[in-house]
Design a protein around this ligand. Structure first.
Ligand SMILES: Nc1ncnc2c1ncn2[C@@H]1O[C@H](COP(=O)(O)OP(=O)(O)OP(=O)(O)O)[C@@H](O)[C@H]1O
Length: 269
């Protein structure tokens, strides 16, 4: 298990001399349909290295959610395998944190209670656990809402709690399925910057699904473009932009060129 340092530090993301954090090999998934087998994912192969942030885009129905569910261990592949830190995934586990589009906070727990809920946190002493909760409350800017309940928070705040809860449990890989899909444009932009700043502090390895090409280019170092019927990774596009990004980068010719390349691939791959 990789420990998230509570100090801010900078390392070069994606060191390929090390074992991949997440490895998907020859993965296929079919569902039965009208007496036949319907192939949803076909021969998916990729590696994610420590501290990389990779986004996945693809047309509706190309199998993105099926893939994330298999990586999370919520669904078995028909063939192939998923490894996290070299270990084959056989089911859900604390090595993979999950953040979904629709806020999945526990409504009966306070913000602090939600952040402290993860199984790895519950194995710490009360003092260590409280320190960790305080750290993540601070990181996501919600210290003064520690005792609030989810129903008292806005959509963006709820998603910050969901991200803090996933990170506080120190996952090896954070899996995100359209985490900002339900937010308004302005909150979404704030959350993108928030997530990028958080990633720069923790350097968690992140694999995120989004429908928003601009969001994918802004956040990641690589964008996977999936095609449908059956779902395959058609192209991997390198986002060769500085790691220190803010919204202004979206206006640069370099950003626009990468965005155009992803959009072109989405239309034609
Ligand atoms: N449990 C299931 N049984 C049968 N078919 C399924 C099942 N789950 C998903 N599918 C089919 O697999 C295909 C891919 O679905 P999936 O939800 O993974 O796509 P997606 O890329 O995440 O779509 P979206 O972007 O719209 O969320 C769809 O055709 C869907 O109908």
């Amino acid at each position: 298990m990789t420990r998230i340092s509570l100090e801010t530090y900078t390392i070069l993301a994606g060191d390929r001399s090390k074992q991949p954090k997440l490895e998907v090999s020859s993965l296929s998934k079919s569902f039965p349909s009208q007496g036949k087998s319907f192939a949803v994912l076909q021969n998916i192969n990729f590696q994610l290295y420590e501290s990389e942030f990779v986004c996945v885009v693809g047309a509706s129905g190309c199998g993105k959610s099926t893939l994330i569910n298999i990586i999370a261990g919520l669904m078995q592949p028909t063939s192939g395998e998923v490894k996290v830190d070299g270990e084959i995934v056989l089911g859900p586990g604390p090595d993979r944190g999950m953040v979904f589009q629709n806020y999945t906070l526990y409504p009966w727990l306070t913000v602090a209670g939600n952040i402290g809920f993860g199984s790895r946190l519950r194995s710490l002493s009360a003092k260590q656990r409280n320190e960790r909760i305080a750290y993540f409350l601070d990181v996501v800017g919600l210290t003064r809402f520690a005792k609030a309940y989810p129903k008292q928070l806005s959509g963006g705040m709820k998603q910050r709690v969901a991200i803090a809860r996933a990170l506080a449990n120190e996952p090896d890989v954070l899996l995100m399925d359209e985490p900002f899909g339900a937010l308004d444009a302005q909150t979404k932009e704030q959350m993108q910057q928030f997530l990028l700043d958080l990633w720069r502090q923790t350097h968690t390895t992140i694999w995120m699904i989004t429908h928003d090409v601009e969001e994918a280019v802004f956040l990641s170092q690589r964008v996977f473009v999936m095609s449908a019927h059956p779902g395959e990774i058609k192209q991997e596009i390198l986002v060769d932009l500085p790691q220190n990004r803010d919204v202004e980068i979206k206006l640069t010719p370099e950003f626009t060129a990468i965005k155009r390349e992803v959009m072109h691939c989405l239309r034609n791959c």
